[in-house]
Design a protein around this ligand. Structure first.
Ligand code: BT5
Length: 285
């Protein structure tokens, strides 16, 4: 059995032996199957004895969720599917920092363990770029971006407007073969398909949890992750179409993001919109 397969095991003993974090992933729980790691961790979070840093990972979800109750599809044993319970106590508006921290951790862990260079697509996608024509290194504008992972944040707030619990959920397509990728609106890929070889999941998970702890600790001391997150975004400076509940559909230039992670889009009439949540498609090349 090759190294890739040996280092693929994600059970509690294997991960605990490898993890060097000081609090995140302690405890670490592994279950073969669950409805959704976010939903299960939400149930556990109701018990105050369950500590901040608790991680729940599974090989299979029967009701894996994206935003707006969309489905997250992943063949058993091919992915990283997990959630982290955090109890930040931060002001409510910093909830968006958790999505930023999770995105940064995913990107950095993939870079450190595979050599691939993922980016973030506002607001919560992890994407890999693929040149459209062979031999073309014409930069970002000439790339097709495929979704390799997604982030989902569930949060609760207490009566004085503080972030009581935050559960970032991460779904990452690691070793899904091309023929098993879900057919999705944003085309999907996996680290296997993009890199051409299987990726052992344990070192990737361990790097991700350690990166997340480091970024979280910096944020907890008041340091905003916004600059680092913003640098990883692909959408900026491009014409985009945004669909969001409150504005419907808007086409405009994505000029940037503000410190609260809102996408700033200037429409054709010159009006600037700050969008907190929605779906973005890149237009034109
Ligand atoms: C997301 O939502 O991208 C957040 C996904 C979070 C999943 C993790 S898995 C562990 C934890 N437990 C959960 O129950 N959830 C989290 P959104 O931006 O709404 O994207 C959802 C859309 O992505 C779907 O409607 C599909 O079109 C597409 N999709 C589904 N599965 C996919 C996959 N494996 N790879 C790429 N795209 C996928």
């Amino acid at each position: 059995m090759g190294t890739a397969l040996r280092e693929d095991e994600l059970n509690e003993d294997a991960v605990r032996a490898a993890l060097k974090s000081s609090w995140l992933g302690r405890p670490y729980h592994f279950v073969d199957s669950v409805d959704s790691t976010n939903d299960q961790l939400k149930r556990w979070a109701a018990d105050p004895a369950v500590p901040s840093g608790t991680v729940l990972l599974t090989e299979h979800q029967s009701a894996g969720r994206g935003r707006l109750n969309r489905r997250w599809e992943a063949p058993s044993g091919t992915s990283l599917l997990f959630s982290v319970l955090l109890r930040p106590g931060w002001p409510a508006r910093r909830a968006v920092w958790l999505t930023m921290l999770a995105g940064l951790a995913v990107v950095e862990a993939i870079e450190a363990t595979t050599g691939l260079h993922p980016r973030l697509k506002w607001p919560n996608d992890v994407v890999l770029g693929e040149d459209q024509t062979p031999g073309n290194d014409g930069g970002e504008d000439r790339r097709v971006w495929r979704k390799v992972g997604g982030l989902l944040l569930d949060a609760t707030f207490n009566a004085d407007g503080r972030l009581e619990s935050a559960i970032p959920g991460i779904g990452l397509n690691v070793n899904i073969p091309a023929e098993a990728l879900p057919h999705a609106f944003t085309p999907a890929t996996s680290l296997l398909v993009a890199g051409g070889r299987p990726v052992p999941r344990r070192p990737l998970l361990v790097a991700l949890l350690e990166c997340l702890e480091r970024h979280y600790d910096a944020a907890a001391s008041g340091q905003s992750p916004w600059h680092l997150w913003n640098e990883r975004l692909i959408t900026l400076g491009r014409t985009v179409q945004v669909t969001a509940g409150d504005i419907g559909t808007l086409v405009g230039l994505a000029e940037g993001t503000d410190e609260w992670g809102q996408l700033l889009v200037r429409d054709e009439a010159g009006k600037l919109h700050a969008i907190a949540a929605g779906d973005v498609t890149l237009r034109g090349h």
